[in-house]
Design a protein around this ligand. Sequence first.
Ligand code: SAH
Length: 264
Amino acid sequence: MKKIYFVGAGPGDPELLTLKGQRLISEADAILFAGSLVSKAAMMWAKESSIIQDSKGMTLKEITDWLISHAVDNAKVIRLQTGDPSLYGALVEMIQPLDKEGIAIEVIPGVTSAMASAAAAVETLTLPEITQTVIFSRVEGRTPMPEGESLRELASHHCTLCLYLSITLLKKIKTELLAAGWDESAPIVVVYKASWENEQQIIHGTLATIREQCQQAKINSQAMIIISPTLGARHWKTLKKSKLYDADFTHKFRKANKIKEENI
Ligand code: SAH
């Protein structure tokens, strides 16, 4: 059988690969990796005989041709994608030509950069009574946004926004968020190369300051922008606690504190 695995490599640190992704890399006969974003370190598990190719300079057609030509019967062929393959990964464009060839497909999820960035900055993206919603999006640049998905419209929810592919558009982000009613002092975290050893940078700023801070730090690619009313919550003095761990809250796995319950 001919089969190609689309494996999420995670954000950069090879230890953030899934066990399944690591095993597949170690068994692969051919690996095509997105060299502009995937760390070469992920290839450390590949066997000596594995054919490894960077797709950085390739067109979509060249990528699918490469995958098709290596997907001979019983060969293990991997397309290694940054983060999770289902987000901004041209997954369907690559899969359609493979479907036409009758090649089986399996997708292995990966840690997306939004989650790795939140972890790096020790931030939560949801917080009781602050926001319970996270939007993964990007800002319109050369790629147009579908109707109803302009940043201004998305930001009007005042929930957490994780913006991919948008680090060069901080000026527009400020204009759109102000128009959506956010304050100039709203906190923003930018994480450059989340989880990359010795390269990761975390910039804490506000809508007013972040563009200049990123310019000074020369960050203009491979960065995640997190805008959220939850940012910095680690340092807040008062916090609405999650009901799940509340002593007064009964759920499937734990009875509420008896005395307190009787008092209700
Ligand atoms: N599929 C990927 C996203 C690919 S689009 C994922 O799930 O993460 C590329 C964008 O992802 C970059 O412009 C940047 O916004 C973000 N990105 C990828 N790797 C990153 C990292 N290590 N740190 C911060 N942002 C990253």
